[in-house]
Structures are given as C-alpha cells and as structure tokens.
Design a protein around this ligand. Structure first.
Ligand code: URA
Length: 199
C-alpha cells in the first residue's frame, strides 16, 4: 500500500533510489514518458534547486533543465559562482514529463513526493531554492502565490527555502528578472547565515 511504499523509499540509498525511480509506475505519467528524470549534480551539495517537472528536452535527455529555461538557470548559477555538478543538486517535484507540459496533477505529485523527500534527506542541503509556483506550493504546502511567497525565508524539513520565479517564466518577463536577482541575493544571505549558525 501507499504507506508501505513510502516508508520503504525513505530507507533507500542513492543507487537504489535512482533504480526505483527509473522503474516507477506509481502514476499515469509513466505511460507516456520516454524516461524518468531523476536529478543531476553534486549529491553532497549545499544548494538544492527544485523545479516542477521534466519538459520535452528533459524527457529526451534524462536530465533536468537542459532546454532554454535550463540555459537561463545555468546563467543564474554562474552569477553565484555555482554550477550543476559543483555545489548544486537539481531535481524536480515530478520525475516524469506531463503530456504537453501540463501542470502535474495533485495525485501525481503525491505519488512522486517520497522520491524528492528522500533526495533532500540524502543531499542534506543548507539551502533550497524553489523554482516557480508548482515547486513552491508543493514544498511549502500552501496555495499562496509566488509574489506573496518570495522575499522571505521558508522551511522544508528544517532547511531554509527561498522561492523565486521559474526560469521558463523569466525568459518571458524582463521586469521579474530583476526580482529573481533579488531572490538570489536573499538566497546568498540566507546561506551565509546558515553557515554562520553552524560554526
Ligand atoms: N522545467 C522544470 O521545472 N524542470 C525541468 O527539468 C525543466 C523545465
């Protein structure tokens, strides 16, 4: 049953978890995917970035944020002297591409949630950035808008969470790029405070 499956996932190591996700048939998204998109980067990263779901390019290549939005995300990371594979781990709320890039349904998110929870538990990031509404609302269990969530520090399992716009949205909105920059600055401040708090 669901509870058993969930507690089971919570005991898995990286390799077992990745194998489990690759074979997942917990929801209807398995029917139309090319492949699952597990996550990419440094598995001991201090920073974890969480997006929504794979798009067409990600579904083909098996890696998160490899399309246009991903290029912008890489630039945002570069501005912070970060890179995928170096201090950053990137994953999505949902591991399979929703057909036509529709938003994931609540039951699809619920079925996939233990995988992301386990990824966060294994990475043990010092900071999480939620990219866009779907990631923010599902991580923080809220219906609030991005504009009301950004600009302050939230928590997910005790890890500080900064909310910002999704890079695919930023590609179309110049004014909000300035706000996203402010969000990244808040992320850096929050990260520094997390490090100082540990010392
Ligand atoms: N958008 C996302 O939210 N995630 C990806 O991996 C690609 C695009």
């Amino acid at each position: 049953d669901m509870r058993e499956a969930k507690s089971d996932v919570h005991a898995l190591g990286w390799d077992e978890l990745e194998t489990r996700v690759a074979a997942c048939e917990r929801c209807r998204l398995c029917e139309k995917r090319t492949q699952t998109v597990f996550g990419v980067g440094d598995r001991e990263a201090d920073w974890m970035l969480i997006g929504e779901a794979p798009g067409e390019n990600e579904d083909k290549q098996g890696e998160p944020f490899v399309g246009q939005a991903g290029k912008l995300l890489d630039s945002m990371l570069r501005a912070l002297s970060l890179a995928r594979g170096q201090d950053v781990y990137i994953a999505n709320v949902v591991k399979c591409r929703p057909p036509g890039n529709r938003n994931p349904e609540p039951d699809e998110v619920a079925r996939c949630e233990p995988y992301l929870q386990r990824q966060v538990a294994l990475v043990k990031p010092k900071l999480i950035i939620a990219l866009g509404r779907v990631a923010a609302q599902n991580l923080l269990k809220t219906d609030a808008s991005i504009s009301s969530l950004r600009g302050r520090v939230h928590r997910y399992e005790d890890v500080p969470v900064i909310v910002t716009y999704h890079p695919a949205y930023l590609l179309r909105s110049l004014p909000d790029k300035a706000k996203a920059w402010a969000d990244l600055c808040l992320a850096v401040d929050t990260y520094r405070q997390a490090l100082a708090g540990q010392a």
